[in-house]
Design a protein around this ligand. Structure first.
Ligand code: ADP
Length: 439
């Protein structure tokens, strides 16, 4: 590659132009040296946009072609037609536009013999920008023609640069659109897959729940009758066999309590499943909780007399709910408090109001719940690590939570392993109490 020709004027002591001002380069192509001299004289003291003009001389079209190849950023050429050949100037126009692909440079044809290149034909055939006969080109007209050509060149260059920037932006935009579209398609595919997986899991879960329901109803039907036979037979044996010693009676009671536990478990499983599948209809009404607390504790005093019970409840604790369901909650919580605490310890049950809510708490002095189990303690079938060896199914607390939430309330627990537990249930008050409290 030939080195780019530097066609700037040499600095000169008498030059008044500030060093950093770039002159407008004008390529003068003419085989007449006088034309070069005259052009230089005319432009010597002229400026446009505070920039002087600088003429680059080529005495033939061939010489001009070399200069333009090395310096394609010259804005304007003043071009003679007849030089080394009668149409050398016109051929140079073709060479500039077609071979050098320079469509920015402004070409002013300056001919001495208009007959050789008639203006109309030349303007139509060649891509030139202006046509002047040397005779009409006075100093003023030459200056005007050059300024017009330079302005046009500047506009063409600016438009081209903007076009380039625009097409670069377009390309990168298209690229980004393609990339983004691809990424979206990809995430669409994975979303679709995740949706399918979720749908399949949902179908499986529904099937599993259906199977569980069927299994539970089968268990309840198939187990209840033989269990009832075992229980009544044990009861009859206990009543009828005379002379049955104490250990025999204890064994029969043991059989009966086992049967009761199994029946209780079946009832709990059925109730829990019905709650879970939303098949339970609450029969809600306003009722006083205080007698229910007393009755529940009374039952445990008889059934589990080895514990102490403390009940603290203000009279007239009106709540809004299904009494049977609330009783189930109390039975489960007090039953657990008894089951997970040692004989001789105290189970404390309290009922009070807090704002417009009714709070029930059941506190024991038992084994407590390890911190690792606290987060899952209300999950179905979850049993704490310290409950091994104590009979249970892990369904009771799940059912308690479902019932309480169905009533619009909540249940919480505070506990530490070895330091007892306190379960707290928050229930809505009866509507009348609610109205009075909010009034
Ligand atoms: P179950 O008692 O039949 O195992 P629950 O659902 O009633 O099932 O209770 C779940 C688990 O929570 C129990 O297995 C036990 O580990 C723990 N738990 C419940 N109540 C208490 C309590 N009062 N003290 C200590 N642990 C308890």
């Amino acid at each position: 590659m030939p080195k780019k020709l530097i066609l700037r004027p040499k600095p000169n002591a008498s030059d008044q132009t500030p060093a950093r001002v770039e002159p407008w380069l004008v390529l003068v192509v003419d085989d007449d040296e006088q034309v070069h001299a005259m052009t230089e004289v005319i432009l010597r003291d002229q400026t446009f946009d505070n920039r002087p003009f600088h003429c680059i001389s080529a005495l033939s079209a061939a010489e001009a072609a070399v200069i333009l190849e090395l310096s394609p950023d010259i804005p304007v050429v003043l071009l003679d037609v007849v030089m080394e050949t009668p149409d050398a100037g016109l051929k140079l126009v073709h060479h500039i536009r077609e071979d050098l692909e320079n469509d920015e440079i402004r070409i002013i044809l300056r001919t001495g013999q208009p007959g050789d290149a008639p203006e109309r034909d030349v303007m139509l055939t060649y891509d030139i920008n202006d046509y002047k006969s040397k005779a009409e080109l006075t100093a003023q007209r030459l200056f005007t023609a050059l300024v017009g050509a330079i302005r046009a060149w500047r506009d063409v260059v600016t438009i081209k640069r903007l076009n380039n920037t625009l097409s670069t932006l377009n390309t990168s935009l298209e690229k980004r659109v393609v990339e983004r579209t691809r990424a979206l398609e990809k995430s669409n595919v994975s979303l679709e897959r995740a949706k399918q997986r979720a749908e399949t899991a949902l179908v499986r879960e529904t099937e599993a729940k259906g199977q569980l329901r069927q299994f539970l109803s089968m268990v309840s039907h198939e187990f209840r009758t033989p269990l009832a036979i075992i229980d009544s037979s044990a009861q009859m044996l206990r009543l009828k066999i005379e002379g049955l010693d104490k250990s025999g009676i204890a064994r029969l009671d043991f059989i009966r309590s086992g049967v009761q536990r199994l029946l209780g478990l079946i009832d709990t499983c059925l109730a829990d499943e019905q709650l879970d599948s939303g098949r339970i209809v609450l029969h809600e009404k306003s009722f006083d909780l205080t007698p229910m607390l007393e009755v529940t504790v009374g039952h445990f005093r008889v059934a589990s007399g080895s514990h102490f019970y403390k009940v603290e409840a203000a009279p007239g604790l009106l709540v809004w709910g299904d009494p049977g369901m609330v009783a189930l909650v109390l039975n489960n919580l007090v039953g657990n408090a008894v089951k997970y605490s040692p004989e001789g310890s105290t189970v404390a049950i309290s009922g009070r109001t807090e704002g417009s809510d009714v709070i029930i708490s059941v506190q024991d002095q038992g084994i407590g719940i390890p911190s690792d189990d606290m987060a899952n303690i209300f999950e179905r079938f979850h049993r704490a690590s310290n409950a091994a060896g104590i009979p249970g199914s892990g369904i009771g607390l799940h059912m308690v939570r479902q019932i309480v939430e169905l009533h619009g309330g909540c249940v919480t627990v505070s506990s530490a392993e070895g330091q007892g537990s306190c379960f707290t249930v928050r229930l809505r008050p009866a509507p009348r109490v609610r109205e009075e409290k909010s009034a």
